[in-house]
Design a protein around this ligand. Sequence first.
Ligand code: PLP
Length: 365
Amino acid sequence: MIPLSVPYLSGNEWKYIKDCLDTNWVSSVGSYVNLFEEKFSDFIKCRHSIVTVNGTSAIHLALMSLGIKPGDEVIVPSLTFISPVNAIRYVGATPVFCDALRDTYVMDTRLIEELITEKTRAILPVHIYGHPVDMDMVMEIADKYGLYVIEDATESLGSLYKGKHTGTIGHIGCFSFNGNKLITTGAGGMLVTNDQRLGEYAKYLSNQTKTVLPNGGFYHEEIGFNYRMPNIVAAMGVAQLENIEFHIDAKIRNALFYNELLSEVQGISIPVEKPGIRNINWLYSVVVEDSYGESRDELIKRLKENNIESRPFFMPVHSMPSYKEFRCSKLDTTNELGLKGLNLPSSVSLTKEEIKKICQVIKRG
Ligand SMILES: Cc1ncc(COP(=O)(O)O)c(C=O)c1O
């Protein structure tokens, strides 16, 4: 089976994890935690990085740190993995769904303003499948209305918007190191911000708001969370980060080869890269148009018969039972992409031969 996206573990993962085992530093405090945060900050050029147990907890922490509370509204795309929308509900706030762009699949920022009410507190753009959202537009609207911006950059680590890393443009950015992500720690996440106060507050919340008293006792000023990443997990993150440029190059090379082989295929729309963008193509994503003559799901079936794993685009969140009743913009493009979008194998280890085989099946060769 050619898998959709699997980890690439080729560096110092064993060595650093063994070091944790040998030295007994396996839990939430340790040098790899600090190193992972520092090196991550250096890589994405952001002042503060705070490790978390996963990407969802990073988004929850971001919303908590910004004081988003019940009754507040947060504008978010419906075409996304459900995690950021669930996190909005964890703090009791209300998601307001925004449609997607047909060509890049990310939120259509032209629709944000019409969704704003006196209850709106934040915009939560998601750079799905790796393509950055139009962040100039998001920040301009946020400034105009005094809103916070939380970037869900879980799928776009390494992607650039006008030279800046996604996740570093809004007030807070969130990343995931789940097994299928650009780099992985098995499970893990990171919250980043350039705001020192926010960074310190997020770290404090992630550690049960623990203050150690002079006598060694613990004092907790407010309700906190245990969202800390263990040292043994951070060790893997440090090793993965050492090879991140190799992972990025492989993803981009894969996408360019796919583009070359699929650009002339009738009914397959290949991904677009807007000017000023570097899209790492975390998951190479196409749209199976009506003119292809076979539905997206039929193609998924045929790929599977040829031992190729693929995945339909996210089913729009507004169509899930828990989210049917929330306010939204028009969602026609989201609905259409939800039916026609397809992610193709995109592992760092994917070979040219495998891409040729996948494209051959798509071409019905
Ligand atoms: C868009 C998006 N947001 C958030 C997450 C949550 O990350 P995690 O699985 O690490 O909690 C993921 C992926 O898993 C994702 O794809």
